[in-house]
Design a protein around this ligand. Structure first.
Ligand SMILES: Cc1cc2nc3c(=O)[nH]c(=O)nc-3n(C[C@H](O)[C@H](O)[C@H](O)COP(=O)(O)O)c2cc1C
Length: 147
């Protein structure tokens, strides 16, 4: 999707550690918030979760992305939120998803790459971004309907 040249658009990627188990209830609640808020603010992206971690890519207008990221950082359902990558973009990669969901399993390359001591905080931003893209292209993203 082409974006208008007058507004600065960005793509942000972070990693975080879940506080407590990543239950379906938690995921459903996060996605319901995302699906209610993101379309209104022109945000698109993908949330990868599993193995106690979240990776999330958020794209949209810079001020909207920054505001959402601040709210997400303050969310008590996760901790150690670390910004991995932030770039200005001319085209969205996740334009068709208000927030796609990918479940990370131990077999996924992102997890395997760092085996046996999987540390998602050690990857370089562009490298992790590529892995998210690969996962999205190889897997079936799940998007729950807006609540
Ligand atoms: C891992 C994770 C990802 C989230 N992603 C989004 C999102 O894409 N959009 C959104 O509106 N809220 C998202 N949230 C929820 C926000 O952190 C926040 O709870 C929500 O936006 C409501 O904020 P408010 O209570 O300040 O209105 C996410 C939370 C977590 C833990």
């Amino acid at each position: 999707m082409r974006v208008p040249s007058h507004s600065i658009q960005v793509r942000l990627l972070y990693v975080s550690r879940a506080v407590g188990p990543q239950t379906t209830t938690m995921t459903t609640s996060i996605l319901a918030q995302a699906h209610a808020h993101n379309p209104v603010h022109g945000i698109t992206g993908v949330l990868c979760q599993g193995q106690g971690f979240f990776f999330q890519v958020i794209e949209g207008e810079r001020s909207q992305v920054n505001a959402l990221y601040s709210r997400i950082c303050a969310d008590k359902r996760h901790q150690n939120v670390e910004l991995l990558h932030y770039e200005e973009i001319h085209e969205r990669r996740f334009g068709q998803w208000s927030m796609a969901l990918i479940h990370l399993s131990v077999d996924d390359p992102m997890v395997r790459l760092h085996h046996p001591d999987f540390d998602p905080y050690s990857g370089s931003g562009p490298q992790v971004m590529r892995q998210v893209m690969d996962l999205l292209e190889s897997g079936q993203p799940i998007e729950l309907p807006a609540a």
